[in-house]
Design a protein around this ligand. Structure first.
Ligand SMILES: NC(=O)c1ccc[n+]([C@@H]2O[C@H](COP(=O)([O-])OP(=O)(O)OC[C@H]3O[C@@H](n4cnc5c(N)ncnc54)[C@H](OP(=O)(O)O)[C@@H]3O)[C@@H](O)[C@H]2O)c1
Length: 387
């Protein structure tokens, strides 16, 4: 795809390039919409709840080039209008359901025993419940029909809209580092982790570690998207996003920021996600919100881009990351968490494929942590500290 907001069409005036962004009310989506507008593109932004846009409309610049569309991945045909006439689609939206939990009311219908949690972890008591193999199978059936099937259907629904449009030249799919593991098939740590190190699906079903529902959903959705794209001649590129930090313009604090800051906020459900990533990867990779959005646009524009690209500026040992956070925001309970959770072998999570294509990062760890904390203090999520 050509660079720049405009392209010459033979015999016609110059046309502005138009891109659709799904999940425009989310952390990455809202920032990406703003970046595209700032670069002069026309943007079709999709959202589920128009009320959430009111706050963003006052922050996005260049709204005369913006159109909003109400669309839900779960509704067939929902994206047809939004995608119509677009040169490319950024598929950022995804359900952020992380786990299923057993609920109190079993009733007569066994599947009602489970509920989805946006963020959560199994307590010891729940682990005992799931020792029962029939409940384990029920949980599997519940996750398949309530989370995986709708997630896949939603992404295929969007890709079908792209096919119908006949104008979409590329789809950039926002994937996740949760689809990657640093352990090889024998459980040994790899020194370098690249795009080929995919988390085995059967392992996720078996282990059900913190955030496993999200991991499965991202893995299976991406797999289905590539399969559909291949069968239907869609140019699909995926960006394997590491933990995103930095400022945000959403009205609530994004999940990834709460995960990143969990060593200081002590929110156990978010800290369990951070720990699960660390134990799967042997280290934690971060990327600044501005860099991840620039990388999305870079991958849309680079003709040679194909397949999957890890995007993370660098990987850090959990203790190193926590030390950085503690330096910027000293608080009393941080050491306890370090002692409890550190001790894994660091792996290098490599962004070489993206770097080799010509992408450069603007921000490092210190900027990410500092800006994340500044934004959280400014919005009142973290109390101001006196030094
Ligand atoms: N942030 C990270 O660190 C990180 C890391 C790896 C991968 N990712 C990926 O990046 C993408 C965006 O994440 P984020 O951090 O920006 O999360 P987020 O702030 O929770 O945004 C998710 C977006 O998806 C939308 N959405 C959820 N279910 C939908 C549905 N059924 N139909 C239409 N839209 C739906 C949400 O809409 P509502 O606003 O209406 O809820 C929201 O706009 C996701 O694909 C995620 O897997 C993020």
């Amino acid at each position: 795809m050509e660079n720049g907001p405009e392209r010459k069409v033979e015999g016609k005036r110059e046309e502005k390039m138009k891109f659709c962004v799904t999940g425009a009310t989310g952390y990455i989506g809202s920032w990406l919409v703003n970046t595209l507008l700032q670069r002069g593109y026309m943007v079709h932004a999709t959202l589920r709840d128009p009320e959430k846009a009111a706050h963003l409309l006052s922050l996005w610049s260049g709204c005369d080039r913006l159109r909003l569309f109400k669309a839900d991945l779960l509704n067939e045909g929902s994206f047809d209008e939004a995608v119509k006439g677009c040169n490319g689609v950024y598929h950022v939206a995804a359900s952020m359901e992380f786990n299923v939990m057993a609920t109190e009311n079993i009733g007569n219908a066994p599947l009602n025993y489970f509920s989805i949690t946006s963020i959560g972890m199994k307590s010891g008591a729940e682990m005992e419940v799931f020792d029962d193999s029939s409940l384990f199978e029920l949980e599997e059936a519940y996750v398949q029909s309530n989370i995986i099937d709708p997630a896949i259907k939603g992404t295929l629904n969007l890709l079908k809209a792209c096919l119908k449009s006949k104008t979409v030249e590329r789809v950039v799919f926002t994937s996740s580092i949760s689809t990657i593991t640093a352990k090889d098939s024998l459980g040994r740590w790899r020194a370098v982790v690249d795009e080929s190190c995919q988390t085995p699906i059967d392992h996720v079903w078996k282990m059900r570690a913190g955030g496993w529902v999200y991991v499965l959903s991202k893995l299976l959705t991406e797999e289905a998207a590539f399969q559909f794209a291949k069968e239907n001649g869609i140019d699909l590129v995926s960006i394997i996003t590491t933990t995103v930090g930095g400022p945000f313009i959403t009205s609530s604090v994004p999940s990834s920021i709460r995960v990143l800051l969990s060593p200081i906020t002590g929110e156990p459900e978010f800290f369990s996600i951070l720990s699960a990533v660390n134990s799967r990867m042997g280290s934690l990779a971060l990327v600044h919100i501005e860099d991840i959005c620039n990388a999305h646009i870079f991958l849309m524009e680079q003709a040679k881009a194909e397949g999957r690209y890890i995007c993370g500026v660098q990987s850090y040992q959990m203790s190193e990351l926590i030390n950085h956070v503690a330096k910027v925001y000293p608080c009393s309970n941080i050491q306890r968490l370090v002692e409890e959770e550190c001790g894994s072998v660091p792996s290098e999570i490599s962004s070489k494929k993206l770097n080799d294509l010509g992408f450069n990062y603007k921000y490092g760890l210190e900027d990410i942590i500092q800006q994340t904390i500044n934004c959280c203090v400014d919005c009142g999520f973290l109390p101001r500290i006196r030094r």
